[in-house]
Design a protein around this ligand. Sequence first.
Ligand code: PSU
Ligand code: MN
Length: 308
Amino acid sequence: MTLPSAFKISSDVNRALQMGQPVLALESTVITHGLPSPHNLSLARDMEAEARNEGVTPATIAVLNGLIQIGLSDSELEELAVAKAMKVSQRDFAAAIVKKASGGTTVAGTLFAAHKAGIKVFSTGGIGGVQKEARFDVSPDMLALANTPMLVVCAGAKSILDLPATLEYLETVGVPVVGYQTDEFPAFYSRQSGLKTSARVDSPAEAATFARAHWDLGFGSGVLICQPVPSGDEILRREIDPIIEQASAEAREKKISGQALTPFLLKRINELTSGKSMRTNISFLLNNARLGAQIAKAMMPARKVRAI
Ligand code: PSU
Ligand code: MN
C-alpha cells in the first residue's frame, strides 16, 4: 500500500494490516476538543484498551506536527492531549500539513485518513449532522459518510443537532442508519429520540454481514451502526433538552458558529450538568470502541484451515 507522503503509519497498525488482522480506527477531535483535560487523555487510552481487550489493534488517527498519523504511541497520545490543536476535517489537512501543526481529526477527517490506510471499521461518540442553530451548517461528517465505504459505530448524532433533518440528510445520500439492538435512532446522551432507523442488527456478526451486503452491491457509502448509551449512564431527554436549549441560547447570544459551535455546546452542557454529561459521553465512547472492535473481528474473512 502506498500512502501519500504526509502519512505516517505506526508499526503496530502496519503489521496488523499486513497480516490481515483486525484494526479499529478511533477519532481524535474528542481528545482535542471534545473532553477537558485530563479526562481526554485517560479516555484516549481507555478506548485503545477496549480494542486491545478484544484482540484488535487500535489506530487512533490525528495530525501531529504536520504528519497524518495512523496509530499513535502512548507519548504521542500525551502530546496530542496537551497540544494547541486544530480541529481537522477534510479541508483542514493541507492547512495543518503546511503549518506543521497538530490537530484532532473529526469523524470526516478520520474517515478520510482511515480509508486511505485500508481500515474498514471506526468507532466514535456521536457524529456531526445538521445544526439546529443554523440549518445551513451541515457537518462535513455527512458527506464523508456518503462517500466513504467504512462501518462507523456511534451513539447516534449529537442531540444538540436537528435530528430529524440529520436523518433526512443521511437518507438522501444513501447511508444506512442501522440500530444496534434497537429500532430507534439513539440521541447521544439519551437512548431514545422518537425517530426510526432504516434497519436493525443484533450482534457484531450481523453488523458485519449487513455491511458486506451493502458494499457487495457496489455502494460506496458508509454504514452507520447506532448503539444507544448503556441505560445506567443515560440522561433522559426531559432532563437534557432544557439544558441543550440553554446552551444553544448562549451560543446564539455569543455569536458562536462554525467549527467552534459543537465544542462550545459540549463544554457548556458539561458545566450545566456538573460533569454528568461528560460521564455519559465517556460511557458510550468506550462502549462504542468495544462494539467496533467486535465488529472489526467479525469482518475478518474466515481463516482457511489447511488440511494436513
Ligand atoms: N463525539 C463526541 N465528541 C466530539 C465529537 C464527536 O462524543 O467531540 C466530534 C467528532 O469528531 C465530530 C465532530 O466529527 O465533533 C463534529 O463537529 P462539527 O459538528 O463541527 O462537524
Ligand atoms: Mn459545522
